[in-house]
Design a protein. Sequence first.
Lengths: 572, 183
Amino acid sequence: MSEQLTGAQIMCEALIREGVEVMFGIPGGAIMPFYYAMYDYRDQLRHVLCRHEQGGGHAADGYARATGNVGVCIGTSGPGATNLVTAIANAMLDSTPIVAITGQVSSAVLGKDAFQETDITGITMPITKHNYLVKKIEDLPYVFKEAFHIAHTGRPGPVLIDVTKDAMQARTVPDWDVELSLPGYKPTYQGNRKQIREAIRLLTNAKKPVLIAGNGVIMSGAVEELRTLAEHLQIPVITTLHGIGAFPENHPLSIGMPGMHGWVHVNKAIQESDVLLNIGGRFDDRVTGKASTFAPNAKVIHVDIDPSEIGKNVKVVVPIVGDARNVLQVIIEELPARGELAEMYSRASDWMEHIRDMQAMHQPKQRYTRPDTPVMMPHDVFASITRIINERGSYRVVSDVGQHQMWTAQLIDWFRPRTHFTSGGAGTMGFAVPAAMGVAIAHPNDTVWAIAGDGGFQMTNQEMATVIQEDIRNLKVAIINNGYLGMVRQWQELFENKRYSGTPLSGPNFAKLAEAYGWKGVTVTQTDDIDAAIQEAYAHDGPVLIDFQVEREVNVFPMVPQGKSIGEMITE
Amino acid sequence: MARSIALKKHTIVALMQDQPGALSRAVNLFRRRGFNIESLTVGHSETPGVSRMTLAVESEDVEQVVKQLYRLIEIVKVSDVTDDPTVDREMVLVKVHAPVNSRAEIVSMANVFDAKIVDVGSSTMIIEMAGTPAKVENFIEVIRPYGLKEMMRTGRIAMVRGVRTHQATEYVDGNRHLTAALN
């Protein structure tokens, strides 16, 4: 191909070469040449016009999480680019591979405060895995190749490419035969075998071992390997918020979620454990509580692809840097045969029995006992959602941030990877609806539920228009509407003597709002009507919003107060 | 505010690709943690397209930030050479008040430090001096009483002694430094 192409055409060709099918964005002055070129590629590159760049960023993030491929979002210079910032930071903290493409003013006026100019590479430096400012058309082919490579290899993350308008408008014959030249970027995929053997020695001699599975298990596709290892060792498996789905919750070895809103028996098991194997989790402070008191008796084995995570929050005895799947495969390979582990199995069954005893003692208190009133409790809604989505199958759930997010993690049953999506690291309210849009596009045959609070929903609900324009029919939204910014209100109730400062929240008639956008809108105020509303959502061929107006002041329990040890949980 | 934890002076040497934004990214990491960079020296290395940076920072612990530095795409190699045997050098230019009657004395003082007079004006001199950071410090203290009008220090550069160019604390492979820590 010796044809001359514009920079913008090269960008489109590069995206196709990277296997991109869908992009989420909004045009504007500086990015117009790219949209001009995109028009000719519209059969290969589907462009989803979002209503706000943050929505586009979250949609790309949701799409990436749902598929494991790189998500792409687009914004113009200035405000278009800065509107992407929250979504990029969100992807950074949750290690989601996205590529954000922004238009920049022409190189001739760069740095001169031109109309809609912002230094987006400067702004996003600390919240991207890497970023580029492209001023010359010749750089486009290799920059796109590098950007996609960096985004999805090693520990995935967001990469931003800022392209000046003149680079998009220039013409050249692209040179696609560029070798990647990244001498400073060599992610470590293979774990050190000596350390792996040491890990096995600790695990097989442990009396009270636990395994924590994080997002890395899902991202590296190690679900099968995890199961094999857990069964071979008969080790109790804990799944973090992002590890949800890495291990089926109905498995006899699954014990649940740890941390601030984890189950009491899980946190107690961690505190009692003598060996703790963490695969692909980063010991976030929402998992560890006060880090210095976390798992005080445990020898910690930490498997992570990012060496800078190891030893960051928790003291590690056996560090293993590598891809979760590769490391698990080697561990499995090196494991002693089952016949040699009789003694360990007998200890394991005592330990599991102890954990189940703790669960039996604490779990009843954790069950949400509903008061004898007709008032609709959030847990009634979650009970119905759980039952009905299990009956229907093929579900994916995206939660927003706050109380409903914790109920979603706690109360819905999770069996498969890439079925539960949430903003964990950044805790970005407004994530659910746009991210669910990305998930719904990625999996058109599954029903995608976005569960949001009335606060988070109102931050990005304009994407309902996008859903209609794109004819996305498999998206259903459940608002757990309590008229408060509920999680903050909960903290105010528990720790600030009910000073409800800035938390009471009004909203529109959500069902009518949905109808105005062309959705089906349903309002539910009575417990008895929950099931029918959910069934109605399934019956309707198109997007549906259900406004569940629940009891206003309900708390998420159990709870570890911030800065406290995970051994100190409040349960009521 | 009383400081309860003793701060240690760390010297970090890094090789990085010579690209726009690379230095900024590296420096940003220290800013994020609230570390004050004492000195920073960057220049071409023996490999074309690769710069070598020496960074001096005072902090209780730099291990985490060094690992994060290694995580940056353009950073090819990072070493914390604080505890390694190194040759450390720094250069300083000083403009000193030097009327005719004190010139001879200043010149002889400069000679003691192997410093060079590089400019002589009607009432000033510029002196160039290089040495270990401690010696540079010493020289400045000696010169200061004559009237220090202007001073410019390059900041330290450091190189590990002997044939070794790879140190135990080097971050080139995710597992290597961790293995070293384990053994």
